[in-house]
Ligand binder design. Structure first.
Ligand code: KG4
Ligand code: ZN
Length: 352
């Protein structure tokens, strides 16, 4: 079984060919970070145009590397949402055209399911597992029970985790994307200089919130004497912010881990995915939390944690195996919760 996957829901245009034997046969990715940098964030219209301009060539490259023809494919999978709708439409239309011309099944993949199932490709994670999805557009705690079966326990009440890193970085003049810049600056900073309250501290449950912390950082920065704002101050603010954000996320995961142990005694692992999973401090805390509870900690390699088409192709394989194919009248979905019974998230971004 061989599937071509297409990802166009945010600022990465990507195509990949993956086999059911967990082999990545071909892969091509084009990041649009440089195109969006002058704006300090992803501009949907710019993203959609860039996907349109580059997707065909990326598909050709992935297919060439894999040394397969369209006729060799068992299916073609594309991100069907959630995401920036212009980009999702480009990917879905392209996949449908290939599906129609070559008469191969089309699978519309929920981008979040792509992130969720990556650990099954890379580490053969068994269901059920607890998943922390932390990216620029999403911040959720989910239980993956099976392909297509997810329970959402927590989400963000305001910003996504990566979005908070990006906004604080912008505030501190550290550039875009903010996560890596904050982490870099934090290395030479004193995390104890600013005692920011840990968001959601003392509150039960699994939801996240970052807007209060963001405001606290802004207020602290504004208190600095004008003209005497040094690189060390920026580093200390970055380190103190990162420590508060990471502590808060880790505590919510800890809460979820104890419930997971109770409700899923056969569950074995905690999985993290999304761009914020790159954060070393976060990884270290999550690993400790999982291991203290006797669970494995799985963090797929970073290039498969951030947006990519390998995860979409793999989710396509998992869905195809279950007979979950879509018809050509599938409509791209800007919002598409993995757990339809969960209450809609408030103010959370649409990208993933
Ligand atoms: O999954 P991703 O590549 O794209 C989507 O958001 O869909 O995640 C990107 C996000 C950005 O907000 C970026 O600032 C954040 O991940 N990020 C980090 C780090 N590296 C990337 N956040 C914290 N620490 C990092 N080292
Ligand atoms: Zn994503």
């Amino acid at each position: 079984m061989i599937v071509l996957g297409i990802e166009t829901s945010c600022d990465e245009t990507a195509a990949a060919v993956v086999s059911a034997e967990r082999r990545i046969l071909g892969e091509a990715v084009l990041s649009q970070v440089a195109e969006h940098r002058p704006f300090g964030g992803v501009v949907p219209e710019v993203a959609a145009r860039a996907h349109l301009a580059h997707l065909d060539a990326l598909i050709q490259k992935a297919m060439r590397d894999a040394d397969v023809d369209f006729g060799d494919l068992s299916a073609i999978a594309a991100t069907g949402g959630p995401g920036l709708i212009g980009g999702v439409m480009v990917g879905v239309m392209t996949a449908k055209a290939i599906s129609a011309v070559h008469r191969i099944p089309f699978v519309a993949v929920n981008h979040l399911e792509g992130h969720a199932l990556t650990a099954r490709l890379t580490d053969q994670a068994d269901f059920p597992f607890l998943l922390l999805l932390v990216s620029g557009g999403h911040c959720q705690l989910l239980v993956a029970e099976d392909v297509n079966v997810y329970r959402r326990w927590g989400t963000t009440l305001d910003d996504a985790a990566g979005e908070a890193f990006d906004k604080v970085a912008k505030m501190l003049g550290l550039g875009y994307p903010g996560g890596p810049a904050i982490e870099q600056a934090a290395m030479s900073g004193n995390a104890k200089r600013f005692a920011f309250a840990r968001p959601m501290s003392g509150k039960p449950g699994y939801d996240f919130s970052f807007s209060g912390l963001k405001t606290a950082v802004r207020l602290a920065a504004e208190k600095m004497p004008a003209g005497a704002f040094l690189a060390q101050d920026v580093a200390d603010l970055a380190a103190s912010f990162q420590a508060a954000a990471v502590d808060s996320i880790a505590k919510r995961v800890k809460n979820a881990v104890s419930r997971f142990k109770d409700e899923y005694p056969n569950g074995k692992s905690v999985v993290v995915s999304g761009g914020v999973a790159a954060n070393t401090a976060l990884r270290a805390q999550l690993k400790a939390t999982a291991q203290q509870a006797g669970l494995d900690f799985i963090a797929p390699p970073l290039r498969l944690c951030t947006d990519n088409a390998v995860m979409i192709a793999w989710a396509g394989i998992e869905r195809l195996r279950k007979g979950l194919v879509d018809s050509l009248d599938f409509k791209p979905r800007p919002r598409w919760p993995l757990d339809p019974s969960a209450t809609p998230s408030i103010g959370a971004g649409v990208k993933a």
